[in-house]
Design a protein around this ligand. Structure first.
Ligand code: A3P
Length: 304
């Protein structure tokens, strides 16, 4: 991969000691939990992954609805509304130790939070169908805060939402800057027009799941009845998925991952929960930063 020089170590913890230190390598912020060599090895493994023609890839910044879309696409490809027995981490590119894409039968639904340049090198050439999902940054920040605040692991975050927001807006969080990530994928569309790419918004999926499930089905080329789209929308409603999650084969025990009483991934599943967390001043600050940084991209987020 590019940029083989020594990695920079960035200490992005705030004055209260909350936050993370990262290795910065080729635009990637790697949390220092394993060794840099392990992490770079992980990226090389992803880049060399042998793609299969019928793979579908979901690309998403954390907390934009990856689990939800992963289940939907799996159901569409299975032609029924049964939950995949596996947790999505097994099909996640960039989850060292836990992802095992090679062991998955075809057709695979891969998923990742990586930048395009860190994904399999043949992604565009092989024209792998790629679905990119975004979510409004206010809800992303709240969802992300609750995620890291609920983790028992060393990459957890013990500060307040307000402290997290400052780091989030500066891109000093695991997986890096949200705006950079989205812009990177928007650019992929221009640079690699050969890559079949569908762009979705969490809020639209929430507002009209059946219509959006139909759009996904058409994009991945599966023929499904309206009834099945409705059944999948129902099975993939927030409440049903939260319940179904308990029966999945997860790569790690829930109690090892989350603090007692934490909701885990299936927290609230709403559009506009940010209003319960974000002050007027913070909301204005986000509008300002996001407005400026997305200027000219044509991206318009829905906040409620
Ligand atoms: P909240 O924390 O706002 O509840 P990801 O899968 O990318 O990590 O995203 C997780 C977010 O998607 C969480 O948001 C989670 O509740 C939400 N989510 C998961 N399944 C969902 C579903 N079926 N419907 C709506 N939202 C869902």
């Amino acid at each position: 991969m590019e940029g083989q020089g020594n990695p920079k170590i960035l200490d992005y913890r705030n004055e209260n000691g909350h936050g993370w230190s990262f290795y910065e390598k080729d635009g990637l912020l790697l949390t220092i939990v394993t060794t840099l060599e392990d992490d770079m090895e992980m990226i090389r493994n992803i880049q060399k992954l042998e793609l299969r023609d019928d793979d579908v890839l979901i690309a998403a910044y954390p907390k934009c609805g990856t689990h939800w879309l992963w289940e939907i696409v799996n159901m569409l490809r299975a032609g029924n509304s049964k939950y995949n027995k596996k947790g999505k981490q097994i099909a996640m590119l960039g989850m060292p130790k836990f992802s095992r894409p090679d062991e998955l039968p075809s057709p695979r639904v891969l998923n990742s939070h990586q930048y395009f340049r860190h994904l399999p090198e043949t992604l565009a050439e092989k024209k792998i169908k790629t679905i990119f999902i975004m979510r409004n940054p206010k809800d992303v920040s709240v969802s992300y805060y609750n995620h890291v605040n609920g983790l028992k692991l060393s990459i957890g975050f013990d500060g307040t939402y307000s402290e997290f927001l400052d780091l989030f807006l500066d891109g000093k969080v695991p997986w890096g800057d949200y705006v950079d990530y989205v812009k990177d994928w928007l650019q992929v569309k221009q640079v690699h027009p050969e890559l079949p790419m569908l762009t979705l918004f969490y809020e639209n999926l929430k507002k009209d799941p059946v219509k959006n499930i139909r759009v996904v089905a058409d994009f991945i080329g599966v023929s499904v009845s309206d009834e099945l789209c409705e059944e999948i929308a129902e099975a993939c409603s927030f409440k049903k998925m939260r319940t179904a999650d308990k029966d999945k084969e997860h790569v790690r025990k829930r109690s090892e991952l989350w603090k007692d009483g934490h909701q885990g991934i299936y927290r609230k599943g709403d559009v506009g929960d940010w209003k319960n967390w974000i002050t007027v001043a913070q909301s204005e600050k986000i509008d300002d930063v996001i407005g400026r940084r997305f200027e000219g991209t044509g991206i318009v987020f829905t906040y409620e």
